[in-house]
Design a binder for this molecule. Structure first.
Ligand code: PLP
Length: 438
């Protein structure tokens, strides 16, 4: 059985003996043991449960163990667990059709990958082949995945030890709370960030730039919804200089913002869309690129130089079909929008009014960040030691948080209920009310 005495210890021992973990110095690790889950909760082998306000890596949009998705995987597994990507498979076609149906007009095809990084990898490849240009521009405050070009397109610290490939250039996107442009208003931030991007394009030489790659709403970097006019302005710059715009919807897509795509809320249509995570909530690893007909046509008679053994894997495809249908039938995207608007927005604003440690609250849907500061005037970020204590205090009260730098990302599943949000808000309230700075 999954529960019983000693199972947590056994799990930890095996993990520490044999498992090499992501993004970590290995020696001091003590990973949380998780044995099961349902909806917005997970638990260990002793039955200690946690309210999952991380959605793991912000991917479990439909909640843990959604029965329709689990059933679809079991049914597909009993029919055909795996098949080569060169075959035609019903689940794959049904999954692709459902994704294309939700994309803007003109998008007609899906290239499936194993996750988000290789979705971006292939989108960059398509842009380079389509334009005959080499450079990709992306922001310093970004995460695009951990493969060859995707990690070099990433802006954060993880890029630097991996920076082997060339032809990637970084710029600053808008972030009014810590403006790189001395801006005082969202309008100024937008205008000046666009001016900066245009100068980077001109200085790099527009004819060398294949694509601008942006997270529609930068996620891991801090949940930073772009100010009014910014994405439309980037679109306009890309058009003016013959550059393709790739929007990375890996974290912000498929319900997280309360919309199917985050960019549906902005005045912009990209040339390529990348997705993963929320499309099937990560029940089976998958991702992909959504391609408009105008670009897919490049490879009507020319061979597309890319592919993966597990592209369009049947278990992943069956889980996409079931997840998207359940999200539609159960109004799960609408729930994320409502929770954001009516419950999280006022609830988090109330916390901010009460706790000086919250410098800023940003977000929408079930995609929020609390920026924690030692001083509201100077906006000095809370340091790692204090953040570590906050994490321990939240976990100790049964809330599994998502922490990044000096922020708490409030990112529950899209199926989260009003009561669960109330429970989480009470835990944040209690922990942020502790004497954290001394
Ligand atoms: N793009 C964004 C915006 C992400 O947040 C992530 C993962 O966190 C990725 C790409 C990479 O996805 P994966 O880890 O599935 O390769």
């Amino acid at each position: 059985g999954a529960t019983g005495p000693g199972m947590n210890e056994r799990t930890s021992e095996l993990d520490r003996a044999f498992v090499f973990h992501s993004w970590s110095a290995q020696a001091a690790l003590k990973p949380l043991v998780i044995a099961g889950g349902l909806g917005s909760r997970v638990w260990d082998h002793d039955g200690r449960s946690y309210l999952d306000f991380s959605s793991q890596l912000v991917n479990v949009n439909i909640g843990h163990q959604h029965p329709a998705v689990v059933r679809a995987i079991i049914e597909q597994a009993s029919t055909l667990t795996t098949i080569a990507p060169s075959t035609a498979n019903l689940a794959r076609g049904e999954a692709a059709r459902r994704i294309v149906d939700r994309a803007p007009e003109g998008f007609s095809k899906v290239f499936f990958t194993n996750g988000g990084a290789d979705a971006n990898e292939n989108a960059m490849r398509m842009a380079r082949l389509h334009t005959g240009r080499d450079k990709v521009l992306s922001t310093y405050r970004s995460y695009h995945g951990n493969t060859g070009a995707a990690i070099v397109a990433t802006g954060d610290w993880r890029r630097i030890p991996n920076e082997f490939a060339r032809s990637h250039v970084h710029f600053f996107g808008p972030y009014l709370y810590r403006s790189e442009f001395w801006a005082a208003t969202p309008e100024q931030e937008s205008e000046r960030a666009l001016r900066h991007l245009e100068r980077v394009i001109q200085s790099e030489g527009p004819s060398s730039i294949a694509a601008v790659l942006l997270e529609t709403i930068p996620g891991t970097a801090g949940v930073m919804p772009p100010p009014p006019g910014y994405l439309a302005g980037v679109r306009e710059l890309c058009d003016r200089y013959g550059i393709m715009l790739i929007l990375d919807e890996v974290m912000c897509g498929f319900g997280r913002t309360g919309r199917w795509f985050a960019f549906d809320g902005y005045d912009v249509v990209p040339d390529l869309i990348t997705f993963a995570k929320g499309v099937n909530s990560g029940y089976v690893p998958t991702g992909g690129v959504i391609i408009p007909d105008s670009i897919a046509r490049d490879w009507d008679t020319n061979v597309f130089p890319g592919g993966l053994t597990y592209s369009g894997h049947p278990l992943a495809m069956a889980s996409i079909v079931a997840a998207l249908d359940a999200m539609e039938d159960e109004g799960i995207v609408e729930n994320a929008a409502r929770i954001g608007r009516d419950v999280l927005a006022p609830g988090l604003a109330e916390l901010q009014a009460k706790h000086p440690v919250i410098g800023e609250v940003r977000g929408e849907g079930v995609f929020w960040a609390l920026e924690l500061v030692a001083d509201r005037e100077t906006r000095e970020p809370l340091n790692g030691a204090v953040m570590g204590r906050i994490k321990a205090e939240l976990l100790g009260r049964g809330l599994l948080p998502f922490l990044a730098d000096n922020r708490i990302h409030v990112v529950p599943p899209c199926v989260v209920t009003d009561d669960e949000v109330a429970e989480a808000l009470a835990v944040y309230d209690e922990v942020l009310g502790l004497d954290l700075l001394n």
